[in-house]
Design a protein. Sequence first.
Length: 121
Amino acid sequence: MRFDDKYLSFNDKEQVIVSRNIVQKITFGMELLMCIPVIGWLTSTLTGIPMVMLFFMHTASLLLAMSANAKKAVNIIGLVAALASFIPIVGWLMHIFVTCLLEIDIIKKSNLKQLKNKDSY
């Protein structure tokens, strides 16, 4: 599935990529919070609001990834983790897995950006 630029409010692909990176870093922070056993369990079982927020953050990141032709696997796994978070041990393990994947993706992007900056000198 491919989104045309007319469906987005962004005029430039670079804006889409920057927005996706910001959303992905916020999502990483929220996933990292859910990895803490007591805090993650309490927030997901008592209120459920963080899980809904994570679901929408992964959805937004997925839509931005689709419009920027970027990798989508981490966001799809994140959506599954948000849905599976109400199962105590499985949800916790899924959040740990998604946090590791998000961290790897963010590190790869920053290393790629550093390599591009070195080549421009």
